[in-house]
Design a protein around this ligand. Sequence first.
Ligand SMILES: C[S@@+](CC[C@H](N)C(=O)[O-])C[C@H]1O[C@@H](n2cnc3c(N)ncnc32)[C@H](O)[C@@H]1O
Length: 256
Amino acid sequence: MTTDKAVSGREGGRSLKTRVKTARKRSMSSALWLGRQLNDPYVARARTEGYRSRAAFKLLEIDEQYKMLRPGQRIVDLGAAPGGWSQVAAQRIGATAGPGKVVAIDLLAMEAVPGVEFAVMDFNDATAVPRIAAMMGGRADGVLSDMAANATGHKRTDHLRIMGLVELAFEFTRGILAPRGFFLAKVLQGGTEGDLLASLKRDFSAVRHVKPKASRADSSELYVLATGFRGTPLPAPDGTRSAGETGSADGASVAG
Ligand SMILES: C[S@@+](CC[C@H](N)C(=O)[O-])C[C@H]1O[C@@H](n2cnc3c(N)ncnc32)[C@H](O)[C@@H]1O
């Protein structure tokens, strides 16, 4: 890799911009990615403020606006590595000093974060809900999902893959969330639609889409925030679920 410093001529001031030369073996897309990383103010802030990822600022911003994270809560962080969201959640709920707890999982290993209990796990695993509930000591007050499937570069395929992840994360959440809890998940532009949006609206008192400033403007990424979980609906006799019916959702009985 070769980098050089170039002064970008801006009216009223000069700013140093790092430019990345495309080495013969480096593809244009990875050179673009590296150039963007080197010039990204959130990447620089993450480094100086001790966050593991620039993504930490997205959660900080969303929480600043909607105040979902509160001292003493139990929070699940799905797809947590390298740990930026876990760091923010642990700070906001006071996990190192008080009774709050963050349980984080990922397919990849992650370095320990103070106040966070971590396990390498696929949230789709049949045992994920009971295992996480056991780690937490009951139901969660909030489920965070910044999960992303590996991009294929094919827009439609990537959209379907991420929306599939969100639907599964929502099913997971229904199994573990305490009444009045919240669910925050990464979706794509256009947000949640159709059946998923209808299900979210049925199970939560408020559903909104949020695009934090820290989320790159040229990215189709968006977040859905659903608050005020109504509790796990009981199945109707014909197997469907009907709005307003709520089952026992206390910490003692976590559905698998
Ligand atoms: C964008 S990263 C999360 C960044 C994190 N929020 C942060 O601030 O550091 C998405 C993560 O989701 C994880 N992931 C994807 N599918 C998963 C699954 N089925 N179960 C658990 N983790 C998964 C990936 O391994 C990846 O580490």
